[in-house]
Design a protein around this ligand. Structure first.
Ligand code: KE4
Length: 435
């Protein structure tokens, strides 16, 4: 296996360590093959918002697999999950299930180009939308972490149709549209950026992109693979009150099993085969096993959000109120202990997705875009990561990722994490001592 892993971010290569191999997960915790336990903030990079091996998800999957996992025919659960999504995301009245976020984005780009007959796609530097040929250009997440933000193996003919703008720079987007507007099929954006670490859109930015796309007849695609059901039941589009034409989903809607989805306005989605000419298909798309895992997870969020104590993933409190409180507790704890250790740190967060940026000598007081994130001290993050791992806390092994809190995390977990961080910040300050 290349690098010994199934996905580059897991290699721990960027933090100079050998990867940890996990034996099991339970709630907010992981146990590795050597019996070491960790409080987990990777949470499979987002899907496990209800925690590892949630009893309700386990029971639903066990029941379904006794009836079979995939039929190559339609099953009711696809309709049930599609109806759930449409019910909480007004911008997604129609949806097609696929098997990963990458597949959702690939299909959304093809639909946008098929529906408009135009070739160009606009993306933001630093956004990561999966390993889609057209978008592995200044891509964040593992592409940046492993020093290959633009991948070899993609023909110029593909790359030349991708236009790059900085995130949070409405003037740059305006300029690209005024120059190429009539040829732009779509602009795709992570509405709340998670793949260079958490970076929030500045006030009015997403509304400007919405207006630009509408004015030029281009399709606005929100990649909510990470933010969908993470930052709110209705995703970033609910929080930001900006409705895209197409939304890409993944992670949480699979509840830990492989699922992706793309959806949006009916006149667009009805151009997807067999309703329309844009072809897209998948052997395991909509398989009942993955559908029930996602549906069970979403119902836990919804019932908690509706304060239905009987089925809530947590206490009777609203799931997003609980996640916000835990996120805020972690943010303030990290900020206080970094200040005490005199380690330059900027913590950015949206609900239960959070990133501490080690700003080092850059003097940055906020991280607004890819260039700001690249100016951070990744070696300091690597030292912090190792010290936290030794302290029993599993973090994403990269400065350019979000940490994820689940409904299984408790205030005690957060406080223990902050205690470990206070020690880890001391390790950050003594690079020589690290050897
Ligand atoms: P997948 O193909 O990995 O299911 O989804 C791709 C994707 C698309 N869009 C966004 C906003 C994403 O965050 C992702 C995947 N996220 C990374 C973590 N930053 C997955 C972890 C990995 O690559 O192993």
């Amino acid at each position: 296996m290349p690098g010994g892993v199934s996905s580059p971010v897991r290699s721990f290569k960027s933090v100079g360590l050998s990867p940890v191999f996990i034996k099991s997960g339970q709630g907010a915790y992981l146990t590795d093959v050597d019996g070491n336990n960790y409080v987990d903030y990777v949470m499979s990079y987002g899907p496990l918002i209800a925690g590892h091996a949630h009893p309700a998800v386990r029971a639903a999957v066990a029941k379904q697999i006794s009836r079979g996992s995939s039929f190559g025919c339609c099953s009711e659960l696809e309709i049930t999950l599609a109806t759930f999504i449409a019910g909480v995301m007004p911008g997604v009245p129609m949806v097609r299930f696929v098997n990963s976020g990458t597949e959702a984005v690939t299909s959304a780009l093809r639909l946008a180009r098929g529906a408009t007959g135009r070739p160009l796609i606009v993306k933001c530097a630093g956004c990561y939308h999966g390993h889609v040929d057209a978008l592995l250009v200044q891509a964040g997440s593992g592409a940046t972490t492993h020093g290959q933000p633009s991948s070899p193996g993609i023909p110029d003919a593909v790359i030349n149709n991708t236009l790059l703008v900085p995130f949070n720079d409405a003037a740059a987007a305006e300029a690209v549209f005024s120059q190429h507007g009539g040829q732009i099929a779509a602009m795709i954006v992570e509405p709340i950026l998670g793949n260079i670490g958490v970076v929030l859109p500045e006030a009015g930015y997403l509304a400007r992109l919405r207006e630009l796309c509408s004015r030029h007849g281009a399709i606005l695609i929100f990649d909510e693979v990470m933010t969908g059901f993470r930052v709110a039941l209705g995703g970033a589009q609910q929080l930001q009150q900006v409705q895209p034409d197409i939304t890409c989903l993944g992670k949480i809607i699979g509840g830990g099993l492989p699922v992706g989805a793309y959806g949006g306005r009916e006149e667009l989605m009805n151009q997807v085969s067999p309703a329309g000419p844009v072809y897209q298909a998948g052997t395991l798309s909509g398989n009942p096993l993955a559908m029930i895992a996602g549906l069970t997870t979403l119902r836990l969020l919804q019932s908690a959000a509706a304060g239905d104590a009987a089925n809530a993933a947590n206490s009777s409190q609203d799931a997003y109120v609980v996640l916000e409180a835990l996120g805020s507790r972690l943010q303030h704890g990290l900020e206080k202990s970094a200040a005490r250790a005199e380690v330059p740190l900027v913590v950015q967060r949206c609900g239960s997705m959070i990133t501490p940026f080690f700003t080092g000598q850059s003097g940055k007081e906020s991280i607004k875009n890819y260039a700001d994130a690249l100016a951070c001290d990744t070696q300091a993050y690597a030292r912090f990561f190792k010290a936290m791992l030794d302290g029993g806390v599993m973090l994403p092994p990269s400065q350019f990722e979000a940490w994820f809190i689940s409904l299984a995390h408790t205030e005690v977990d957060i406080d223990q994490t902050v205690e470990a961080a206070a020690k880890a910040f001391e390790a950050v300050k003594q690079p020589a001592a690290q050897g």
